[in-house]
Design a protein around this ligand. Structure first.
Ligand SMILES: Cc1cc2nc3c(=O)[nH]c(=O)nc-3n(C[C@H](O)[C@H](O)[C@H](O)COP(=O)(O)OP(=O)(O)OC[C@H]3O[C@@H](n4cnc5c(N)ncnc54)[C@H](O)[C@@H]3O)c2cc1C
Length: 434
């Protein structure tokens, strides 16, 4: 099945269009096939290329490399998260393991941008978990206690302080964490494509249709051709399930986001000329809102079960309306029609928000499912799954493998019913925050 994405994403449209892209046009043989060219696959391909300079390595993507979720996310490289089941002390030990992985993710991205001198609008601005509801104080106070135990620098902020920093009176309270980076996700993933080792052959618009293992060779049908490979690494994240990978442990969710044009001088003045900032919601289904360094406002406020291969223009327009309302609530004095683009993207979830990092059979490996932390964790997991698939070990792998493993999901139709009703419930609880 082809993945048909909208061409609307501002992050991707900010970049110079790529030339010299290649599509698979004959049968191929290789030592390594990496499927999916987002942060995970690009990172895996880079590491495999470095570890095996004389071997034949192919990386394929069903669309243009980097134009899946990796090029269309909100650009938060996170050190901490609030909305993945962690709200109580008893989960503190597991949460610590999770933040250890986030930290390794940040270090892996940092190492990459330093080594290749990447400009991706990196800003160590920290981030806010903010809410308009005073009753969310309890969640934030509890979160604050736990962050103190774990040694994360943070502070609680009141409405007035937030108005000064964010330029909106919408939020009544927030917890600010000093850690956490804002960046341009499109620039980061483009740099990963541009710096692929020369021994990695990238084929784009080349979708894996099916695959089978026959003794030591894995035969992959890619559109009209076959790739025979000795080893394979699946890095298709939201599309793992559609390829029959770990089907009882992950499911896709479709997110939509919108970005405004840059605010004019007078519009920017009217909201107190804030510095770049990023807000994450306190409630799982609340809005993520960002002010970019070039004065654009990004908002993501939907997550739903939808056909991951394509979102119709009609549905996307409806989602854009929600985002227009979300911006209006926060910035009532800005003009009505400032949204420049609306796009969708697919992420992968597990029941307990734990990531997949596995050998699933001899010579078959998979990494994915990072929810809202894929920038760092995807880059880390790509690199480390390449090391694991090469039969080597690392201290990072030991940390990754000590995490909680994903738990089993019920089969369809119970899965979709369960997820849909949970999303409706969470959306109701966050209705003021959308
Ligand atoms: C709107 C939105 C906001 C987000 N915000 C954040 C954020 O602020 N911070 C954060 O850390 N994360 C965020 N995320 C999540 C993050 O983008 C993902 O976790 C991350 O991109 C995962 O990277 P990946 O390489 O594993 O997967 P992807 O980037 O999804 O790449 C997978 C690739 O596999 C390809 N593929 C799929 N099927 C096939 C096939 N059959 N054959 C060949 N190729 C195939 C796809 O085309 C795709 O390019 C957000 C996501 C979205 C959509």
């Amino acid at each position: 099945m082809n993945i048909i994405n909208d061409n609307n994403c501002s992050w991707i449209n900010d970049l110079t269009p790529r030339t010299n892209t290649k599509i698979l046009s004959k049968d191929e043989e290789c030592d390594w096939l990496i499927v999916g060219a987002g942060y995970t696959g690009l990172s895996a391909a880079r590491k495999i290329g470095q570890l095996h300079p004389r071997q034949r390595i192919i990386l394929i993507d069903a669309q243009f490399a980097g134009e899946g979720a990796s090029g269309r996310n909100s650009g938060y490289l996170v050190d901490t998260t609030l909305n993945d089941g962690f709200t109580s002390n008893k989960e503190l030990k597991n949460y610590k393991k999770k933040t250890n992985i986030y930290n390794l993710g940040i270090e892996t991205v940092k190492k990459f941008i330093k080594e290749y001198q990447v400009d991706c609008d990196w800003n160590e601005s920290g981030k806010y978990f903010a809410s308009s509801k005073n009753e969310d104080n309890k969640i934030l106070t509890n979160f604050s206690k736990n962050l103190s135990v774990l040694g994360f620098k943070h502070n609680l902020l009141s409405k007035n302080e937030l108005k000064k920093k964010l330029g909106t009176s919408f939020y009544n309270l927030a917890l600010y964490t000093k850690g956490g980076i804002l960046l341009h996700p499109g620039k980061l993933v483009r740099a990963m494509i541009d710096t692929l080792p020369l021994n990695v052959q990238l084929y784009e618009n080349s979708s894996l249709v099916n695959w089978k293992k026959n003794r030591d060779i894995i035969t992959c049908k890619v559109k009209n051709f076959n790739i025979n490979t000795k080893k394979i690494i699946f890095c298709t994240n939201g599309f793992l399930k559609s390829l029959g990978i770990k089907t009882n442990y992950n499911f896709p969710l479709t997110l939509t986001a919108s970005m405004t044009r840059s605010l004019s001088d007078s519009e920017f003045k009217s909201i107190n000329e804030p510095k770049e900032w990023g807000v994450l919601p306190v409630r799982p289904m609340g809005a993520t809102v960002r002010m970019t360094k070039d004065r654009r406002i990004l908002i993501r406020n939907t997550a739903e079960i939808y056909n991951p291969f394509k979102m119709s223009d009609k549905i996307l327009k409806k989602r854009s309306m929600y985002q227009k309302i979300g911006i209006k609530k926060r910035f009532p004095d800005l003009p009505n029609n400032i949204i420049e683009s609306t796009w969708s993207g697919v992420v992968s979830r597990t029941r307990n928000s734990s990531q997949i990092f596995d050998k699933i059979n001899n010579n078959i490996f998979v990494a994915g499912c990072y929810n809202g932390s894929g920038i760092g964790v995807g880059t880390l997991f790509g690199e480390q799954i390449a090391i694991k698939a090469s039969g080597e070990n690392s201290s990072e792998i030991e940390i990754i493998e000590s995490r909680d493993k994903p738990t089993w999901l019920p089969p369809q139709p119970f899965l979709n019913l369960g997820v849909k009703s949970r999303l409706i419930f969470e959306r109701f609880k966050a209705s003021s925050e959308i």
